[in-house]
Design a protein around this ligand. Structure first.
Ligand SMILES: NS(=O)(=O)c1ccc(NC(=O)CN2C(=O)C=CC2=O)cc1
Ligand SMILES: [Zn+2]
Length: 263
């Protein structure tokens, strides 16, 4: 099954040494979304995203992924509604992908692996003043996850793809402006799953309300191939390692319920 290939993979490409124990450790991410076990919640509200492309600032290769970073010093790019009680500010988005189109997503749907997964990272600006504060708090963060499947070329993504060669190495940064992340959202914004989880890279804090969109977006094979041309390693290192398989192994559900906004 895909699960076994993933565990095989993690032996082949340990993304990073997984810490043995994580604080609490009973709400870790990512997970498989077992659709038959998810619970329809009619009280879940529509998601409201208001993103201002003028808050887009730069792309940064942080050695795990590439982050498109937004100015989060004001409430110009926000998310509220859905399972959320407060308003959240967009601070960055990034992706996780595989070495081929057969796998790459962090979450799976009834064990189905997607080729990549987009994460739009927001923090609770009603309760906290900085991301660094919210990242340590229960439900301080909200991450929208969108699955990527290989198909037709994504016109909106191309501007980002064209900028990636400028951040090939770890720690490189390039100015990147006027990008509207709404172009990466699926048409159907009504159907999503939601559960309480964690960051999937260090510090792995259990601060995240996950909102996983049911409808994937399509990107072309060639666009994903450019993601794989990035490097985990900095320009100084003599062994260059291509940035692929930057997803975390799946974590136990520990009795959590995944709710759906649709029946
Ligand atoms: N993959 S995920 O769960 O969406 C995930 C999302 C976010 C982070 N970490 C950060 O954002 C780290 N970070 C800070 O603490 C301040 C700026 C910054 O980038 C890690 C993982
Ligand atoms: Zn992520």
């Amino acid at each position: 099954s895909a699960c076994s290939s993933r565990s095989l993979l993690s032996q082949m490409h340990p993304m990073w040494q997984e810490p043995l124990a994580v604080p609490g450790g009973d709400r870790q991410s990512p997970i498989d979304i077992a659709v038959p076990k998810s619970v329809f919640d009619p009280q879940l509200k529509p998601l409201v995203t208001r993103y201002d492309p003028r808050t887009c600032q730069q792309i940064w290769n942080n050695g795990y992924s590439f982050l498109v970073e937004y100015d989060d010093t004001t409430d110009k790019s926000t998310l509220y509604g859905g399972p959320l009680e407060d308003q959240f500010r967009l601070c960055q988005f990034h992706f996780h992908w595989g070495e081929n189109n057969g796998w790459g997503s962090e979450h799976t749907v009834d064990r189905l692996l997607y080729s990549a997964e987009l994460h739009l990272v927001h923090w609770n600006s009603d309760k906290y003043t900085l991301f660094e504060e919210a990242v340590m708090e229960n439900n301080g963060l909200a991450v929208i996850a969108v699955f990527l499947k290989v198909g037709k070329r994504h016109e909106g993504l191309q501007k980002l793809v064209d900028a990636l060669p400028a951040v090939r190495h770890k720690d490189s940064v390039v100015e990147f402006t006027k990008f509207d992340p709404a172009c990466l959202l699926p048409e159907n914004m009504d159907d999503y799953w939601t559960y309480s989880g964690s960051l999937t890279t260090p510090p792995l804090t259990e601060a995240v309300t996950w909102i996983i969109m049911k409808q994937p977006i399509e990107v072309s094979h060639d666009q994903l191939a450019v993601f794989r041309s990035l490097l985990f390693t900095s320009a100084e290192e003599d062994v260059q390692k291509s940035m692929v398989n930057n997803f975390r192994v799946q974590q136990p559900l520990r009795g959590r319920t995944v709710r759906s906004s649709f029946s």
